[in-house]
Design a protein around this ligand. Structure first.
Ligand code: DP6
Length: 329
């Protein structure tokens, strides 16, 4: 069967997904809203081959063990079922994202896998179906099918839980500065962490209300390109998500000392007149939402603090696409 290659970009949630209603189907407790980024992406090639005796998954030139490739094989099984084939697959993936450092490599990885595997198996899925398939690998991947601002509508079952573009082509001159404060794999996976929050944090019911209010408020602010309102919402939403880690039993945290220092720098920049706002996912890396015109001030400040090689700049990025060229580094 032919090889299919797809590229998907990561996304950063402005209103976070933090908790599942159904852990098998990955149905979230709440809707969420993200911005797809142009700088961090995954390219994945998939070939189904009758001669293979098992799925083979290679990420960044390293073969994954059967345990490490479990989620990938789960998505491949769903594709095989839909395409009515029993052939195993060769999956080769190149991450242009610091893996598992809170820059959401699973989002781009499973979006690219859904697109490449479905096409390689001969399926022609529309973007809603791709979004549902990507969701089965990792929740946040459901949003990486689309570019720009994207809403994952929680739904209540497999058929109704998928992402929709909120504003796919972004003309607003905004940027996201990613500070790579610790490139290592996180200790508490988002999967474990969010379930601990759902089952043990007394604040979880309040989080559902926070998300509903933040979604209602951030959408008109995005359309109006109201930077302080969007920034204020995304910063408080992130802190309230992280409050669910601190209030879990046992408590845990994704912050390290540099995360706290970076957050303080953002507040200092703001106090000195440079509008910018921070957000963090399930890792210590801080992402700074800013206006493109302020990038020189902001990148200089963080380069002085952490080193220029730890300061990455991204802009709004596109949805999933198929590539015709073989993978390169
Ligand atoms: C903090 O999508 O990685 O980035 O569905 O268990 O694979 P699974 O979790 P994942 O969680 C992402 C959590 C987050 C917030 C977000 O992206 O909305």
């Amino acid at each position: 069967m032919p090889t299919s290659i797809a590229r998907a970009h990561t996304n950063i949630a402005l209103v976070k997904y933090w908790g599942k209603a159904d852990t098998d189907l990955i149905i979230p407790q709440t809707s969420s809203l993200s911005l797809t980024l142009d700088q961090f992406y995954t390219d994945t090639a998939v070939t189904f081959d009758e001669r293979l005796t098992a799925d083979q998954v290679v990420v960044n030139h390293h073969p994954l063990s059967p345990a490490a490739s479990r989620k990938v094989r789960h998505v491949l099984d769903l594709v095989r079922h839909q395409a009515q084939t029993t052939a195993f697959a060769q999956v080769t993936s190149q991450n242009h994202v610091p893996t598992a450092a809170g820059l959401a490599s699973s989002a781009s990885a499973f979006a690219a896998l859904a697109a490449a595997a479905s096409r390689a198996a001969g399926l022609t899925l529309d973007r809603t179906a791709l979004s549902r398939l990507a969701r089965r690998g990792s929740g946040s991947a459901t949003r990486s099918i689309f570019g720009g601002f994207v809403e994952w509508q929680a739904g209540h079952d497999d058929a109704t839980s998928y992402a929709v573009p909120f504003q796919e082509y972004v003309t607003w001159p905004i940027a996201m500065v990613a500070l790579v404060l610790d490139p290592h794999r996180k200790k508490v996976s988002s999967r474990q962490g969010m379930q601990a929050s759902v089952t043990t944090s007394p604040y979880y019911p309040a989080w559902r209300q926070v998300v509903a209010q933040d979604l209602a408020a951030i959408k008109p602010a995005i359309l109006a390109q109201d930077f302080p309102t969007v920034g204020t919402i995304l910063e408080s939403n992130a802190m309230r998500m992280h409050a669910l880690t601190l209030s879990a039993q046992p408590a845990y945290s994704y912050f390290n000392g540099d995360s706290l220092a970076a957050m303080q720098t953002v507040r200092d920049l703001r106090a000195a007149g440079t509008a910018c706002y921070y957000t963090l996912d399930a890792g210590p890396n801080v992402k700074v939402f800013c206006q493109a015109a302020d990038l020189p001030t902001i990148t200089q400040r963080f380069s002085a603090q952490f080193g220029a090689d730890r300061v990455l700049v991204a802009h709004p990025g596109p949805g999933v696409q198929w590539l015709s060229e073989p993978l390169t580094d």
